[in-house]
Write a protein that binds this ligand. Sequence first.
Ligand code: DAH
Length: 354
Amino acid sequence: MENQIQQHIEAVTALLNKALPQIEVSDSLSQLDDIRVTYLGKKGALTQIAAAMKGLSNEDRPRLGQAMNEFKAAFSQAFDSKKSELEHRALNQQLASEALDISLPGRQMPMGTRHIITQTMEEIEDLFIGMGYQVIEGPEVEMDHYNFEMMNLPKSHPARDMQDTFYIDPETLMRTHTSPVQARVMEQHDFTKGPLKMISPGKVFRRDNDDATHSHQFHQIEGLVVDKHITMADLKGTLEVFAQALFGQERAIRLRPSYFPFTEPSVEVDVSCFKCGGDGCNVCKQTGWIEILGAGMVHPNVLEMAGIDSTVYSGFAFGMGPDRVAMLKYNVDDIRHFYQNDLRFLTQFKGGQN
Ligand code: DAH
């Protein structure tokens, strides 16, 4: 009997001596778990020895029990420490593979730029806002009534041919200029609250074939001042400030007689060439002057049609093309560049970067 228990206990010890080195060299958590199953699983080596318990005497049973407990304690200790070592290693490997290099520079997000026409319009708007003008927008789809009739261009007027028009129906059209906003604003203005000073920026449309200097859609900024005692001198002074702010303090302007149905007298306004200073060059076509806008004193008919007494009030008006201003300022030789959305062109004008 003594022999038999001794054999069992030795078998447990031998098992432990075999198990511990296996634990020690195991290289992965799954391998470690296989070892646990081999010894302690349902059909494991220790479980098989335990089956012998049944045949043992009451004194021997606790001795084998104790040996088995010792096995389990030693096994668990080795198992747990190996397990935590392997877990630690796995964690470190995971951390290393997922590591973020926070010293890497971030990816640059491509930043858009504001369109050069938008920038030019805002520059002009800011200038006039600074001089006390309101900015008022009008509709792009306009009535013939405002676009032409209220601008002193009745249906039969030959000057309607100056602006080839996209008609939607006989009374509705794509506005050919921003001048109709003048009529809309004058109709509404209450002079007991002060003089009328406004600019109106926006898109305009003409049935033109697109080429280097024409586009079927472009921009205008209309200007209008109406009050008592407004004179041509006010117009000239205002436009001089405008020309100098946009093209440089040394610029001079000159007014040339011209014709617009909605102004009398009418003028075309030139600015002295900002490239050659007036000596003559390719930008000013050797004349020393560059035409920048049309203007004049608001025609009495236009005032009267809008309900303003032309014997009491007078006004000046001007209309300029921001596309042309931008072409001159930035030396752009083809108006179509503005509308082709080629980023190589547009991103040159970083001034509008947010
Ligand atoms: N509306 C004119 C055009 O489209 C420009 C213009 C000229 C506007 C003289 C004005 C002005 O207000 O007084 O060509």
